[in-house]
Design a protein around this ligand. Structure first.
Ligand code: PLP
Length: 231
């Protein structure tokens, strides 16, 4: 459910119509869950796509975008942001501490806070630059060894440390469920950890499962291939 089949040709008109289809599916999921459409932010994940593939999606009205690499984003977004005021850029991929400076300068939200050394680097850059990107702690709900994120059992202590030891304001949680499992229990677990830590935002749901994520309370869905086509 919630999967959107798109033609993967990535022409400007196909990405704009794919965006409209995703938008409709979000609206339907919100209606089913008795949620306000305004409570869900669509992040169009443009990783691997060049500026000329992204621009039609901006022109179709999309304002929030996600990238998973700082270097790649630095190469294409500053010019797009200049040309289209009001864009909001999210970092959804892993962040190395030595890229914290560039990440704080470019991104409006960082969804991959997952270790205390990164908290230290972010706190320093936030203070130095006076920019305050929204911060999401990534939870490794499936406890997969190859995946980034805090184990569910360590989440409460980590969030407390972010707040107390580093003075960071945490906006919410992010998760990426294991590919071979039903996502619902992972979304539910993430929502439960957020609720008991007083966190309002939940970054969860991708092309294959964003409707399910909305059912479980997602406030930010990260949708790539359903809009831009296959990578
Ligand atoms: C690539 C990516 C997405 C988007 O995935 P699609 O399946 O293409 O929608 C979402 N979240 C993260 C963290 C990603 O790296």
């Amino acid at each position: 459910m919630g999967a959107i089949v798109t033609d993967a040709s990535n022409t400007p008109s196909s990405s704009a119509s794919a965006l409209a289809a995703v938008e409709q599916e979000i609206l339907r999921a919100c209606t089913d869950a008795r949620r306000d459409r305004a409570s869900v932010t669509l992040i169009a994940v443009s990783k691997t796509f060049a500026a000329d593939a992204i621009e039609p999606v901006i022109l179709a009205g999309q304002r929030e975008f996600g990238e998973n690499r700082v270097q790649e984003a630095k190469g294409k977004w500053p010019a797009l942001i200049d040309a289209h005021p009001g864009l909001v850029l999210h970092l959804i991929g892993p962040l190395q501490s030595n890229k914290a400076k560039e990440a704080v300068a470019l991104f409006d939200a960082i969804h991959s806070v997952d270790r205390t050394s990164l908290c230290g680097a972010l706190a320093k850059e936030i203070a130095a630059q006076g920019r305050h990107p929204k911060l999401f702690v990534q939870i490794n709900t499936g406890e997969e060894p190859q995946k980034a994120g805090i184990a569910p059992g360590d989440a409460d202590a980590f969030i407390a440390a972010c707040r107390k030891d580093y003075g960071l304001e945490i906006s919410g949680l992010m998760c990426i469920p294991p590919v071979d499992e039903a996502p619902g229990p992972h979304f539910a677990l993430t929502a439960k950890i957020a609720a008991r830590n007083g966190l309002a935002n939940l970054s969860m749901g991708m092309s294959a499962d964003f409707a399910t994520a909305i059912q479980f309370g997602a406030t930010h869905v990260r949708v790539g291939s359903a809009i831009f086509g296959h990578r």
